[in-house]
Design a protein around this ligand. Structure first.
Ligand code: ADP
Ligand code: MG
Ligand code: ZN
Length: 608
């Protein structure tokens, strides 16, 4: 127990260090912002003096952003070629920077419009833009959509025919410039001397206007999606130093970006980071219970009447089940999952896109290529496996920048279903626990939790009551759960003494006095309601008093609970443990649905 006390104090110290780190990160972010602001000033002064060679209209001497020599051209192409009415945050700045010849890293969440930041400059520049992209399917999508707006783009990859490759290579050095964008895989750059020699020629003829490296985090081994061939892309900037490079990614920490900078041999790039914060989305977590499905149906039929949305579920079976339940309650909902034939999938997708189906009940297979702007709600029937995943999935709401809701139903059993699903993933449990933490938390702004997660500085003012915790600020209390924790541990010890393993479900049942009578006699049962008991167990798991104990059979993986590393601390009579718990769940959207939760969660009387 002596070493445990030490563990406790080391953990306290660690917490302090983590606090200091976050303070330093904040300082780093401030300094980076300051640096970028200064760079911007410098660049504006430079601009007036020496316009870059890629300008398409005669230079004027204006220094103001928004009034560059190319501004008129950019604006025309936005409206006429790309048929968009205005820029989203950071797009114009990125475009102006790259048109002024600066190297640029652009970090912007998926779906916010990174591609425009090199496609539009490509159209406004002489020659062609070289785009490096990791996936042939991504390139095909882009080329298709560019074709539809009459922007000529071509692609070179491992399966390109000789004939096609020849045309592309010839076009690269053609001053008449038959295409504005050339998409290539990194493998091509790494392996094709022919391509490199062509690029060399194009460079000498001033026909390579820009290099865009999409998914630029793939360069770094510290990133989440390292590709060996990306490591070799430094050759581009070494051979073609005068060509501005723009690297794009949805997720990269500053250390990953630093690494990319080195690997790509760019010096002093400007980094623009779009906030992950989607100000138009309302984030809410509800406790999942027996009436949740009715709750969902009633939301869809009332609050979201005639509006488009997605319900995300855990499995294919759930997709079928939930959609048929919703149909019974007269919601026009259809399932979508990976196991459907491609034809049905695209039919559902099409009908939903054209508003013939109100709701798609989908597994995460429904994601790629969803670009419906007017999704007004994304409801999670089951938690996501990580905060990143949740951010992505819920982020499909409100792409038109108008208000939309992201509601997540947090269910006890779902935690363990997902836990066994991600059991093979390296940091799967850690990420899942962060997600659980997001759900269980009742006092911190949901946005601030995401901000910390995405390494972003949060000033606490930016939510504007657009999450349930900010909206119901004071509706929680802190309670002492030491006694409850001891009871749970006692159940596990008793089970261990009988050489038995307990699933979380079984622990809850026994604790509530629903187990076999011989067990009931050996333990203290609880007066907590089921939801409260579950919340306490989740908290113990998060805090390390309990931990997971997986068991594999040829067909399935079981999740059992066992005492965690902090469990022995509870033997110490002076050790106490508390948790914050919501006192009332007043729902902003539908009051009928929340009454059962209010009953279950108004627990002061029992717990205090
Ligand atoms: P990312 O690469 O950042 O994930 P994309 O470049 O693929 O995002 O763009 C996602 C969607 O956003 C595309 O359908 C694009 O047409 C749309 N989009 C981009 N910029 C704008 C804009 N300024 N206004 C409206 N829609 C835009
Ligand atoms: Mg993209
Ligand atoms: Zn908030």
């Amino acid at each position: 127990v002596a070493s445990l006390a030490e563990l406790d104090s080391v953990e306290a110290e660690l917490e302090l260090v983590e606090l200091q780190i976050s303070e330093l990160l904040e300082k780093q972010a401030q300094l980076t912002r300051r640096k970028n602001a200064l760079l911007e000033q410098v660049e504006e002064t430079c601009n007036a003096a020496q316009p870059s060679s890629s300008l398409s209209s005669p230079s004027s001497s204006s220094k103001l952003s928004g009034d560059f020599p190319w501004s008129k051209d950019v604006d025309e192409h936005l409206k006429e070629s790309f048929r968009l009415c205005k820029f989203r945050p950071l797009q114009l700045r990125a475009i102006n920077l790259t048109l002024s010849g600066r190297d640029l890293f652009l970090v912007m969440p998926t779906g916010r419009g990174k591609s425009l930041c090199y496609q539009l400059p490509a159209v406004c520049s002489k020659g062609f833009t070289l785009v490096i992209s990791p996936l042939v399917s991504l390139m095909e999508d882009q080329i298709m959509s560019l074709k539809s707006i009459n922007v000529s783009a071509v692609m070179l990859n491992a399966s390109s025919s000789k004939e096609h490759a020849k045309t592309v290579m010839a076009g690269m050095t053609d001053a008449k410039c038959p295409f504005k964008l050339v998409y290539v895989t990194p493998e091509k750059i790494a392996k094709s001397k022919l391509l490199m020699s062509r690029l060399e020629k194009a460079y000498k003829a001033n026909l390579m206007s820009r290099i865009a490296v999409d998914e630029v985090h793939c360069c770094s081994q510290w990133g989440h999606d390292f590709r060996p061939d990306y490591k070799l892309l430094g050759i581009l900037k070494r051979q073609f130093p005068k060509v501005p490079l723009v690297g794009l990614t949805a997720t990269a920490t500053s250390s990953v970006l630093k690494d990319c900078e080195k690997i790509l041999c760019v010096s002093q790039p400007v980094t623009l980071t779009a906030s992950f914060n989607r100000t138009n989305l309302y984030y809410e977590v509800r406790i999942k219970n027996d009436t949740s499905l009715n709750d969902i149906a009633s939301l869809i039929k009332n609050k979201y009447k005639d509006q488009s949305g997605i319900v995300y579920v855990f499995s294919q079976k759930d997709a079928e089940l939930v959609s048929s339940e919703l149909q019974k309650m007269e919601v026009v909902a259809y399932p979508y999952h990976a196991n459907m034939d491609p034809e049905s999938k695209s039919r559902i997708h099409r009908k939903w896109t054209t508003n013939k189906i109100q709701v798609v009940v989908a597994t995460v297979a429904f994601g790629m290529g969803i670009d419906k702007p007017d999704v007004r709600f994304v409801i999670h029937h089951t938690i996501s496996k990580s905060i990143e995943n949740y951010y992505q999935e819920s982020g499909r709401a409100g792409r038109d920048d108008r208000p939309a809701d992201c509601i997540l139903y947090f269910g006890f059993a779902d935690i363990f279903r997902i836990s066994t699903m991600v059991v093979m993933e390296n940091v799967g449990q850690k990420k899942l626990l962060q997600m659980v933490d997001y759900c269980q938390n009742v006092d911190r702004c949901r946005r601030s939790v995401m901000a910390v997660h995405f390494d972003e500085v949060w000033d606490g003012e930016e939510c504007c009551q657009m999450c349930d915790n900010c909206h119901h600020k004071k509706d929680y209390t802190t309670i002492d759960i030491t006694k409850h924790a001891r009871q749970v541990l006692q159940i596990l010890e008793m089970a261990a003494s009988m050489d038995e393993k307990m699933t979380p479900l079984k622990v809850v049942e026994s604790w509530m006095g629903k187990g076999p009578s011989k067990v009931r006699k050996m333990i203290q049962t609880t007066t907590l309601s089921r939801l409260q008991a579950e919340a306490v167990i989740v908290h113990l798991l998060q805090q390390g008093y309990l931990r997971e104990d997986f068991s594999f059979t040829p067909y399935t993986t079981y999740f059992y609970l066992k005492p965690g590393r902090k469990a022995p601390l509870l033997k110490n009579q002076t050790h106490t443990l508390s948790m914050k718990i919501r006192t009332a769940q007043t729902s902003s959207s539908s009051s009928s649905s929340s009454s059962s939760e209010v009953k279950n969660l108004s627990l002061n009387s029992i717990l205090l």
